[in-house]
Design a protein around this ligand. Structure first.
Ligand SMILES: [Zn+2]
Ligand SMILES: [Zn+2]
Length: 179
């Protein structure tokens, strides 16, 4: 399930901007002595941004499908609820953090603010982490994984605490991994 800001919310925000735009249009044309009428100004103000949204969204998705449709990373991103158009919209339309836009999970509120260069997201709690395969500082996800000193393979322990007690044999190079 995606926890990105709902697209309905983003579209509503755009519609609100159009609403204000319609008012401005009505006001400005009034000053200039052009009487376009209130309703046409409001309809134009709202339909303008929403029409532009539909048009540019279709364009972005088409380009995405044509250029990256064969890319497994792109397909996975789309399958997990990602949308290059909505995820690329600036605030205030889309107020999600970049980590949330890419990873799709809301970052947890904690005392610790991860450094800027931590770009991966914990798949369990959404916290920003330094490496894609290391233990999460927030929820501990990934602490059943260890990297083999011999060949660098990431190995998952078969039973809880096996790295600390018996050690785990690396399936790749057969060396014993023990923390
Ligand atoms: Zn986590
Ligand atoms: Zn190994």
């Amino acid at each position: 399930m995606s926890t990105r800001t709902s697209r309905l919310v983003i579209v509503t925000r755009l519609g609100l901007v159009g609403f204000i735009g319609g008012f401005l249009l009505f006001y400005l044309t009034g000053i200039l002595g052009i009487n376009w009428g209130f309703i046409p100004c409001m309809v134009g103000g709202i339909a303008g941004p929403l029409g532009l949204l539909l048009f540019s969204w279709t364009g972005v998705r088409l380009i995405g499908a044509v250029c990256y449709g064969h890319d497994p990373a792109y397909r996975k991103y789309i399958a997990k609820g990602g949308d290059p158009y909505f995820d690329g919209l600036p605030p205030p339309f889309n107020s999600d953090s970049w980590t949330q836009r890419i990873g799709g999970l809301r970052e947890p509120v904690t005392d610790f603010i991860p450094p800027e260069h931590w770009r991966f997201q914990c798949p369990r709690c959404g916290a920003r982490v330094e490496h894609g395969n290391s233990m999460c500082w927030n929820c501990g996800h990934g602490n059943d994984l260890s990297q083999c000193h011999g060949c660098g393979t990431i190995v998952r322990e078969p039973s809880f605490g096996a790295f600390e007690t018996t050690g785990v044999i690396c399936p790749n190079c057969n060396s014993v991994i023990r923390n």
